[in-house]
Structure formats: C-alpha cells, structure tokens
Design a protein around this ligand. Sequence first.
Ligand code: RFL
Ligand code: PHB
Length: 394
Amino acid sequence: MRTQVGIVGAGPAGLVLAQLLHLHGIESIVIEARSREYCEQRVRAGVLEQGTVELLIQMGLGERMMREGLVHEGVEFRFGRRPHRIDFRELTGRAITIYAQREVVKDLIAARLTAQRETHFEVSDVGVHDFDSAKPRITFRHSDEAQEIHCDFIAGCDGFHGICRPSIPEDRLTVYERVFPFGWLGILAAAPPSSDELIYCRHERGFALQSMRTSEITRLYLQCSPDEDLAEWPDERIWAELQRRLATDDGWRLTEAPILQKGVTGMRSFVVEPMQAGRLFLAGDAAHIVPPTGAKGLNLAVADVRVLAAAIVEFYRSGSVELLDRYSDTCLRRVWLIQRFSMWMTAMLHQFPGNDGFEDHRQVAELEYLTSSRAASQTFAENYVGLPMSGAYL
Ligand code: RFL
Ligand code: PHB
C-alpha cells in the first residue's frame, strides 16, 4: 500500500489528524490495534475545551455534539463542606462542553468512513521503519496477512502504551516523568447528575469528582491507591465513600443509582522530548500524559495534531519543512503549560501520603485564594476553558 501519511492509532489524535488531512486533500491510512466497537465504547474523557469544540465544528463534526453536548459555564470547588463556584463565562467569555470522548470518536470514525479513506482495525505486529529516510514504512498483520504501508510521513498516535515512541532509539529522547502515589476509581452511574456542573472536591479522606456524560448519566471519581482492587469496592462502599467526601452542610445529597461501569486509573505526568524523529511524529498520549485532574489529555492530543496537520499541509503546498522541523518545539510549549496546570490542580486537591498537616493548610489556603480572588479565579478559568492556540505565551 502507498499513501502520503501513515497514521498509527485511531484514538482522538489519529482520527482528528486523518480528518484534517482529508479536508486538505491529503491521503492517509489509519491502522488500529483494537476493534471499531472497542474504540467507540472505551470510557475516557468528557470535557472539551471551547477551542476543541470550535475545531470539531469547523471540521464538519459539530452537528451531534451541538445537539447532545452540555455547555457548562462554570465549575464548583467543594472544600470544608461548602460549595464555591467559578464562573467561566463571566471571567473569560468562554465555556466548556461535556461530550464523551467515545462520542467524539464515533463521530470521527463515521466521518472517516463517509470520506471512504482507508482504516484498518484489529491489526497486530505493528512496526515503524526507515523514518530517518524520505521513505518510511509501516508493517503490520491484518486478517493473518502481512501488510506494508509506504508513506512520506508516519504519525505515531498510538497512545501511551503504543509502539511508535519505543521505536525511536532511547538515546535520542529525553523522558520527564512523575508517577503519583494514588489513582482514581471511576464509575458511570445510571442517574441524572446531582448538580448541573462539575464538582472538584477536596476532602481529608481523598479527592472526589462529580462529572457527567449526559443529563441521564453521572460520572464520578474517588481518589484511591494506584493498585486498588475493585473487588474490594462493592457498589454500597463506593456510594458511601462518595457521599462522605461530597457531603455539604446544606444537606446536598448525591443521587445513588445502579453502577454501569467501574475502573481504576493510575496517575502520572510524562513528557518525551523531542516529539519527533526524522519523519516519525508523535502526537497525543504517545508523547505525553497529564494527570486527569485538569481534564486536558484529549484536548492536548487535538492541539498536537492541529500543529502537525498544518505542518504537513504546508509541506505539500510549498515543499517547506520549516513547520515540520519546528513541530516538537511548537507542541512542547503548550504541553508544559498544561503539565503545569494539571500538576497544580492535582497537588491542590489530593491527599499525599506522609502529609503532616502542613499540606492540609496549604491546600485549603490555595482553594480559598482561588475561589475568593478574581485574579486567581480568572487564571484558573482561562486555563480550564483552554489557552488560545497562539498568543503571548504560545
Ligand atoms: P488514545 O486515545 O490512547 O488512542 C491511541 C490509540 O492507539 C491504539 N494503539 C495502536 N494502534 C495500532 N498499533 C499499535 N501498536 C497500537 N497501540 C495502541 C489504541 O488502541 C488507541 O485506540 O490516545 P490519543 O489519541 O493520544 O488520545 C488521548 C486521550 O485518549 C487521553 O489523553 C484522554 O482520554 C485523557 N483523559 C481526559 N482528557 C481530557 O481532555 N478530558 C478529560 O476529562 C479526561 N478524562 C482521561 C480522562 C483519561 C482517563 N483514562 C482512562 C486514562 C479520564 C480518564 C479516566
Ligand atoms: C470526566 O468527566 O471523565 C472528567 C471530568 C473532569 C476531569 C477528569 C475527568 O478533570
């Protein structure tokens, strides 16, 4: 097979890149290890920055998202058993949209199939080769047959556990990493959310978060140990712990309902530098991971491929490799701003082992300042709704 861009991974990064290229008349082939059904059902992110929403609309993918997505103009921080709201609209003129990652992925796969561009699910033994030359190759197996893609560029959009990053010789990459001593136990529950907006809650027993997927489905998280055994968390224990952490003095109660899905996610910050090697470009979780506290992973993946698509389009338009050469530097400026924000949110809201009380006071002071100072609220809000794609600091 021959194409212009070979894309490994059909997550948000790979699929948005494929669609952006398609809209500029550039051919690509997407290969994905999992089945289409698996990609469309995987429970992941839920918060879209306004810039991500605007890009999806420009790409012609806004129709269902605008109908079904929930626009949120603020968020709540809960601590000391009291709610504190931050108003995005008033502080930034912008908002976020709640629309599940799997719905974004469904819309993108549907667009890909409508465009009749090649996509292969359930491939195995993927390898990327010769990316230091002008003729890179991707090899894989599909339906038990060995296949090969000859292309001009390879986009490594295969997530944190993919093969693209480890295919680059170790001595060409610098890895920056922090692994947190906790994880999140997440559930989907068949109940309308008990509050219209997200609630980020600091509690002595650990962080809790109320989010949602639709007006009928609540998404909730509890801080837990990174290797927490789900077998020790029957539904009653999960609800009791959520009620305890989220309780307020004004009698607010979480609506309990059947739990549809449970999972535990470890938390880390990770950045690889540079995000490119020859004609292999890493994007999204393949290049970086942020702790989910800032709700940024998917948005950052989309920001990367926007930069990559523009660079590839420029190459085919003018032959210039200038934007391609700068790809990693351009992306990493944003990546580190988002790392900073996600780390700050994580440190403000979670219980860290060995805490001697100093951290409790520091966290509460941080939250009090955040929710009472207009300057602090605005700083948070401009980061949460999404930093612009370019500007003084980008
Ligand atoms: P993905 O989504 O992991 O997609 C990578 C794809 O590559 C495939 N793959 C391969 N394909 C071919 N060959 C191979 N050898 C392959 N190896 C892997 C995989 O099957 C997969 O389909 O990475 P991508 O596209 O970079 O997208 C990143 C986002 O998925 C991720 O950052 C977010 O989900 C993170 N995240 C959140 N981000 C947000 O912006 N807002 C949120 O509210 C938010 N909440 C979350 C999250 C992630 C979570 N988990 C489970 C890690 C909440 C959670 C609980
Ligand atoms: C989610 O809805 O899954 C979600 C929301 C906010 C976060 C992380 C995850 O910070």
